[in-house]
Design a protein around this ligand. Sequence first.
Ligand code: ATP
Ligand code: F1X
Length: 303
Amino acid sequence: MIYTITLNPSIDYIVEVDELKLGDLNRMTRDLKLPGGKGINVSRILNRLDAPNTALGFVGGFSGQYIEDKLHAEHISTDFVHVADDTRINVKLKHGEETEINGQGPNISTEEADALVAKLSQLSKEDVVVLSGSVPPSLGAHFYDRLIEVCKQTGAEFVIDTTGPALLKALADRPLLVKPNHHELAELFSVVIASREDIITYGRKLLELGAQHVLISMAGDGALLITPEEVYHANVPKGTVKNSVGAGDSMIAGFTGTLVSTHDPIEAFRTGVASGSATAFSDDLATREKIEELRPQVTIVKL
Ligand SMILES: Nc1ncnc2c1ncn2[C@@H]1O[C@H](COP(=O)(O)OP(=O)(O)OP(=O)(O)O)[C@@H](O)[C@H]1O
Ligand SMILES: O=P(O)(O)OC[C@@]1(O)O[C@H](CO)[C@@H](O)[C@@H]1O
């Protein structure tokens, strides 16, 4: 079974304005509320791909209840820790470009944090845990370390989607998958990445440091899969970008769900890219139909 962990879920409030006038009254032309947070997005796509999964993490208040209700309406299994503070609301402002304003997240008490750790310690080596997204400040910078330690004790595999020192530190514990985009990869090693060769060089370093599979996403410019044996490039299907929020999460879901069911990294890569693009071409996250439609358009080449 796959378990996603979202330490900092959100209602994503997607707001469209024709023109953004700072310091003035702007009126929305369209708005949309979605259950969000990276692990929750992974759960929603896994569910659409019929990959059994449970969403874990912290939810609180009216906003947390909204998220739980929306997930249950999609028949997604959840086992959240309920916290006293309200779950955050993240604003995604569309005005030609996409501007995001994400909240810090609620206060999480020591008892609430321990309750999540207790749930995680019930898993086994048959399970895969997807750790995604920001950590509410009250949990401290090292909370992922604690969760990874529990995964190690239970034997569960883990996927981690975070950035910076937390990602570098996690590599030694052999994550099943890491998926930085090419900008995050450059920041991780404090380098300027100027070519595909540079991306491969630094992507290979993630393998050397311990990752089992490395995906490097490059938005509309395709993606790379780096395994100990080979490097593969995938094109992205053509389409009109509607909302790229959650494209990376969809890619992780498509890859992880397919890898767990087929053990075939190439097919996992194909589904990952199709899922990411299908979300980029949709208002909400991708539907199963859209992912299936795009899958045949993904061409994978061994470099
Ligand atoms: N403009 C686009 N056209 C087609 N596919 C896209 C586009 N943007 C994203 N995708 C798809 O989504 C995948 C992940 O996108 P991206 O590289 O932007 O990841 P990310 O930075 O983690 O995304 P985000 O943080 O926006 O969720 C890409 O590999 C691709 O399959
Ligand atoms: O603030 P974080 O946890 O880094 O990112 C949260 C978030 O921007 O990521 C998802 C898209 O990937 C959204 O659903 C959500 O609002």
